[in-house]
Design a protein around this ligand. Sequence first.
Ligand code: NAD
Length: 266
Amino acid sequence: MMRIGVVGCAGRMGQMLVREIAATAGAAVAGGTERPGSPAVGRDLGTLAGLEPLGVAAGDDAGALFRDCDAVIDFTSPVASVAHAALAAAHGTALVVGTTGLDAGQTRALEVAAAKAPIVHAPNMSLGVNLLLALVEDVARRLGDDWDIEIVEMHHRQKVDAPSGTALGLGRAAAKGRGVELGAVSDRVRDGHTGARVPGHIGFATLRGGDVVGDHTVIFAAEGERVELTHKASTRGVFARGAVRAALWAAGRPPGLYGMKDVLGL
Ligand code: NAD
């Protein structure tokens, strides 16, 4: 039985993860944490997730959780994920990080921790989006620079980072297909008198509203025709399923920074 912990267990994804682990054969909910002072601390993890009680209470001692688990899943905030990666390294515990919005320094901190523990980090854990990443790279490689690339995403009104980690990942895949660095060609915001579109650039547009789980479209636009590749997630369950699969895959692996491509064998 694989013992899996959930940091951020009272969050939208945290609750979904507890439900998914509880429903997965060969996996058990070993524990969960919330930020110190959270009203969730002390409450039963099953009750928090809308299940029958599991007999395990949410805590605020992440160190103890990493010591007790085979793998920990983290969908929290960039600052918390960096602290959790250091704990994974200290205990050699497998860690799955789904948190988005990490800056370059925070991403580097994950790489450093991955020298001592297996860490899977992916802005999107769904099978469909990981397939889309491969398709976008391939299409960008086949189509010339006269095809403009634009990426549109929509998420629920509570989302705090923009563009979404998935949209940026799709941008990186398109840039890779063209043999360029996304940072050198991305237009993340357009406002006012922007002038004409710069050839070869990759543009982003962000929509926020309602309870949209996550929609992404990559548009390849040329003179007279257009190719659009779209993924729509209708339940967070797809991310939780991918994250639990990643935790089962990562536990016991050699240290290293892995992605969903590795987990899914794409
Ligand atoms: P949320 O705000 O509902 O949940 C985050 C939880 O983490 C909160 O309960 C918060 O109290 C808790 N938390 C914060 N700091 C903590 C700490 N130090 N220790 C323990 N708990 C702590 O947010 P959400 O919608 O669940 O999303 C969380 C993250 O996951 C975001 O970055 C989001 O973009 C990302 N996300 C990724 C995927 C993916 O497939 N990779 C899918 C959905 C969401």
